[in-house]
Design a protein around this ligand. Structure first.
Ligand SMILES: C[S@@+](CC[C@H](N)C(=O)[O-])C[C@H]1O[C@@H](n2cnc3c(N)ncnc32)[C@H](O)[C@@H]1O
Length: 218
């Protein structure tokens, strides 16, 4: 039985699409992806399925077409708060071939020239933002994938409300795109910023006191 390829396509532009991902894309006869990725990666002769709020239908479609050569495209890396989590509920590891991609979190930390082995990585997609912000209380370094309904200004207000206004924030938006923007700010400043035009953001949230404590000693 053919394996289903799950391809990480990076944060959004061809610059961060790996050669391995390009080869896998070239072989696929059937692509399953969000409209944003299909628009710039699908070729006319490929069959496509658009992922929206239809994950059960997506699994049926993959099963129906898998012998033709199916590739599921994931933004960034498929295993970091991506489609792989859902696919693993329906397919065994042996049925899947995962091609890693460059995550938006990797690109954010690269832009900041900051190591990230010590970061807690969280996602606001479908999770209560207040509970997530509470998890940040005792962390020196957090990367947060903001989600629909939880833009950075909303998170900033929760940080202020939770007595974490002393954090330093880097708001890394539209990474890899021409309109990329990286803003160094504070929760108070960010709380009033309008994010209606900037919806693709990774927040890096630093508590310098806790970082200093972690890095002190022998
Ligand atoms: C469903 S998650 C998928 C994360 C993905 N698997 C990864 O490794 O980057 C989508 C979130 O990733 C972040 N994201 C994806 N592409 C981005 C980009 N080009 N710039 C900034 N953030 C991005 C945003 O927080 C977005 O809401």
């Amino acid at each position: 039985m053919s394996r289903i390829r799950v391809i990480g396509v990076g944060p959004g532009t061809l610059d961060y699409l790996t050669p391995a991902a390009q080869r896998a894309l070239a072989c696929a006869r059937v692509l399953v992806a969000g409209q944003r990725h299909l628009t710039y990666l699908a070729r006319d002769e490929q069959k496509t399925f658009v992922i929206k709020n239809n994950l059960a239908a997506m699994v049926d479609f993959i099963r129906a077409h898998r012998e033709e050569g199916v590739a599921v495209l994931a933004s960034g890396d498929p295993g970091l708060y991506g489609i792989l989590n859902y696919l693993r509920r329906h397919f065994t590891p042996e049925e899947l071939e995962v091609i890693p991609g460059i995550s938006s979190v990797q690109l954010a930390f690269a832009r900041l020239a900051m190591p990230w082995h010590d970061a807690l990585i969280l996602s606001a997609h479908g999770r209560p933002a207040a509970a997530l912000v509470n998890l940040m209380r005792y962390q020196g370094k957090v990367a947060l994938l903001t989600g629909p309904g939880t833009p950075p200004n909303h998170i900033a207000r929760l940080l202020v409300k939770g007595n974490m206004a002393d954090r330093k924030i880097f708001c890394c938006c539209n990474l890899g795109y021409p309109e990329e923007e990286i803003l160094e700010t504070t929760p108070d400043e960010l709380a009033d910023k309008d994010f209606s035009e900037l919806n693709n953001c990774v927040m890096v949230i630093i508590d310098e006191n806790q970082l200093a404590l972690c890095n002190s000693g022998n």
